[in-house]
Design a protein around this ligand. Structure first.
Ligand SMILES: Nc1ncnc2c1ncn2[C@@H]1O[C@H](COP(=O)(O)OP(=O)(O)OP(=O)(O)O)[C@@H](O)[C@H]1O
Ligand SMILES: [Mg+2]
Length: 261
């Protein structure tokens, strides 16, 4: 097989997504394009008839190419926030506007399609499909988007090569180490050319050296693809190298860096 050197393009976005992009983009430089804005976002859960307030008014902007760490103690609402920003779960109050379009205005099918084309996720436990090879796991989101395999296979191979697994394409998740599985999950999150990747403790169950390696890889992919990353982490090492660090505290998001939240 010929060596893949430059990044193959992500599958072309659907016409509807293109329309959303051009309609919602404010006149700022491309490097700072506003991806999402959360305004007054609240989230509560009813547990045994009692209301538990988790997010109490979150305002946040994520722009193209951002690298944002979200830190905070266990139970402070970091995963909840990521699920809302990633359109997996609706807020109890407030709005989340993605590329100029409020998520609350989309029905379930539109949301699923939007997520698939625009957003990537990496979870602490990779959620790879055990019966599929590494390559097929990476290609899967494109098949869900009804792309033909031929359209995305080159990019999937490139991404796996990029995360250092070019020699493991045919391995199943059970035949890969924890760090290798997380690298497959990272490649999978990027296969559709998402605008943002939300990663929830992506290295939480890895040793420090492997975690460090994956953080470095995320930084390189951020630079190369312009994809924004929002990463929940307990790792002080990761938070220390991120341009923007936000702390969840008592349902609010506080900036730990100079830039405003
Ligand atoms: N589906 C749910 N139903 C009820 N309560 C929930 C639900 N999801 C989250 N919570 C509650 O919301 C709070 C925040 O949970 P969340 O998972 O967002 O915390 P976290 O900051 O990600 O914690 P950790 O660092 O342990 O992963 C917790 O008190 C949790 O019990
Ligand atoms: Mg969590």
């Amino acid at each position: 097989m010929t060596e893949v050197t430059s990044m193959p393009a992500a599958p072309a976005p659907a016409a509807s997504t293109e329309a959303v992009v051009s309609a919602g983009v404010p006149a700022v430089s491309a490097a700072q394009e506003l991806l999402l804005r959360a305004e007054g976002v609240e989230k509560y859960f009813e547990i045994g008839g009692r209301r538990v307030d988790v997010l109490r008014g979150i305002d946040l902007e994520v722009r193209q190419g951002d690298m944002i760490a979200v830190v905070g103690r266990s139970g402070s609402g970091k995963s909840t926030l990521l699920h809302l920003l990633g359109a997996l779960d609706p807020p109890s109050a407030g709005t989340i506007t993605w590329l100029g379009r409020e998520l609350g205005s989309m029905d379930d099918e539109q949301l699923a399609d939007f997520r698939n084309r625009t957003i990537g996720f990496v979870f602490q436990f990779h959620h790879l499909l055990p019966e599929l090879t590494a390559l097929d796991n990476v290609i899967m989101p494109a098949l869900i988007a009804r792309k033909r395999r031929a359209e995305v296979e080159e990019r999937a191979r490139w991404l796996l090569d990029r995360v250092g697994l070019g020699h493991r394409l045919d391995h199943h998740p059970g035949e890969l180490s924890g760090g290798e599985q997380q690298r497959v999950a990272l490649a999978r999150a990027l296969v559709m050319g998402p605008r943002a990747v939300f990663a929830d403790e992506p290295t939480g169950n890895l040793d420090a050296a492997t975690a460090d390696e994956i953080h470095g890889l995320i930084e390189e992919l951020n630079r190369e693809t312009g994809t924004a990353f929002v990463i929940v982490s307990h790792s002080a090492e990761l938070a220390g190298r991120m341009r923007r660090v936000l702390r969840m505290n008592q349902g609010h998001l506080e900036s730990e860096t100079q830039e405003a939240a």
